[in-house]
Design a protein around this ligand. Structure first.
Ligand code: ADP
Length: 142
């Protein structure tokens, strides 16, 4: 089934200047890019995006990190996009990420781990809508 997922290149990876390499890994894995932009979000916006983690001990750190610099949200589409993209990025902790994954290549720590990926098709749709209006996604849908 064709699914959509939201990738985000996180501030650590943007700062390291590896956004291009990450986008290349994503497109080489067969994902279609429906939209992308470089933006900086506020702590309030980061807090809203990660509201599901509000009770977790790392929430404050996560919100401050995600608003610490530019990020690149990318709306992606592919057959089986959720599972395939999570396989491409690797485990949350780079020490546990498999060889060849984005996090193995570029993540520094469990918190500063280079990229985000949606964990379900429903979250994929909702997370894309957090950053993109539908009219911003139509260009590459032909
Ligand atoms: P994933 O991004 O792999 O889906 P989670 O949904 O569990 O992982 O966590 C969301 C994000 O919160 C992670 O990508 C990471 O940036 C941060 N995070 C998760 N666990 C920790 C932790 N133990 N310490 C610091 N940050 C964490």
């Amino acid at each position: 089934m064709t699914e959509r997922t939201l990738a985000i290149i996180k501030p650590d990876a943007v700062r390291k200047n590896v956004s291009g390499e990450i986008i290349a890994m994503i497109t080489q894995a067969g994902f279609k890019i429906l939209g992308f932009k470089m933006i900086r979000i506020s702590e309030a916006q980061a807090g809203e995006f990660y509201a599901v983690h509000k009770e977790r001990p790392f929430y404050g750190e996560l919100v401050s990190f995600m608003s610490s610099g530019a990020i690149v949200p990318i709306a992606l589409e592919k057959e089986n996009a959720i599972a395939d993209y999570r396989a491409l990025i690797g485990a949350t902790d780079p020490a546990e990420a498999a060889e060849g994954t984005i996090r193995k290549a570029f993540a520094s720590s469990k918190g500063e781990n280079a990229v985000h990926g949606s964990d379900s098709a429903e979250n994929g749709r909702n997370e894309i809508a957090f950053f993109f209006s539908e009219s911003e996604l139509v260009a590459n849908q032909a």
